[in-house]
Ligand binder design. Sequence first.
Ligand SMILES: *Cc1c(COP(=O)(O)O)cnc(C)c1O
Length: 428
Amino acid sequence: MHKDSSIELFERAQKVSPGGVHSPVRAFRGVGGVPRFIKRSEGPFLYDVDDNRYVDFCLSWGPLLFGHRDPETEEAVRAALSRGWSYGAAEPYSLELCELIQQSIPWAEKIRLVSSGTEAVMSAIRVARAATGRHKILKFDGCYHGHSDSMLVRAGSGLAEASSPDSAGVPPATAQDTLVAPLDDELYIEKLFLTYASQIAAVIIEPLPANYGLLIQRTEFLQKIRDLCTKYHSLLIFDEVISGFRVGFGGMAEKTGIQPDLVTYGKLMGGGFPLAAYAGKKELMDLVAPVGPVYQAGTLSANPVAVAAGLTTLKKLLRDNPYTELTRRTTKFADYLEKHAQEKGIELCVVREASIFWVAFRRDRAIHSIKDIPSGQKERYAKLFHGLLRRGVYLSPSGFEVSFISTAHSDTLLDEVCQKFCEALDEL
Ligand SMILES: *Cc1c(COP(=O)(O)O)cnc(C)c1O
């Protein structure tokens, strides 16, 4: 048997960190087996500690639209390092980044930089509560908004039933201020608004829910939410931490023409470095300290190295406009896999939007809320995942996580992967 150093490293890691990891899905619980310990990466490839090469479709969960170690980003980061890597003071680098976003995204009138998507969402919610003087936040079952207390909440069993914590350590009292609705259901949110009209500070949604499979929403549903928010004077927060700069520079707001009051960005925005942001209408953002009464701060916020990576990434997106090409590659790839599955009588579809895709084990792509997700998803995906991993292909290690295609994934490489995919599917 060939050497597998990941086994030994994973054993050691479990002794020093919970589950041996620093973010749960990395532990491979969703697919079983031992996680690969990665030593280095380049372009579309990851290399594990035994020098096995994998074509990477997880891509750090979204930040790497240009693949690993994009040379332009690397150069900008090196240049930033040679100037200094943290000042804790006003500096011109983040100014350039924010001006670029402000010029390109009309609903981002003012921007505050933070270090993670969780922080961005938590802060946007605080602003919404301060602006409206209301406490309740309406979120959707099937969306993820980071791990702040008020977002780790699940629905009660009926409309009238109070929400409950979705994680140990979240106080029930906190959970009660979060209302949870199913996706793709206009009537349900109408009823919630009728019941809680004057209490809802904001509705938060991933306009392209991509954290529980890929649950593409109808534009009319998003429009309905926008209309209800306007009617009841609640704010609309688009959590575009995955979709921002990914489905198009201005994310889903640009794509649908539906504008949020507040928006959050992360992942791709930092090009692989810890950088995120919340933004929105000027009068809302001016509620934030030091101008307004909403406190929010960060020792390493707008870290100049992360900002250099983010700025390079965003400039490159504007310059190269890779969206059409990435969508073409993703569509071709996904269509090919679906065709093969169909020929072999395998119930499988590849839900896709721009360069995001998700393999689901049912025949058609009409999956708009959690209840549409097939019941054998976890088990079947786990088998496919390991069949591919053995063949040097690394999908996101969970049947409920999406995968990505980068500009470093050439047509030739994708054709090779398609063959391996077909082999792995035939083994199912
Ligand atoms: C990843 C993600 C977050 C959390 O971002 P972190 O940087 O992991 O804290 C929040 N919202 C959405 C939509 C995400 O995809």
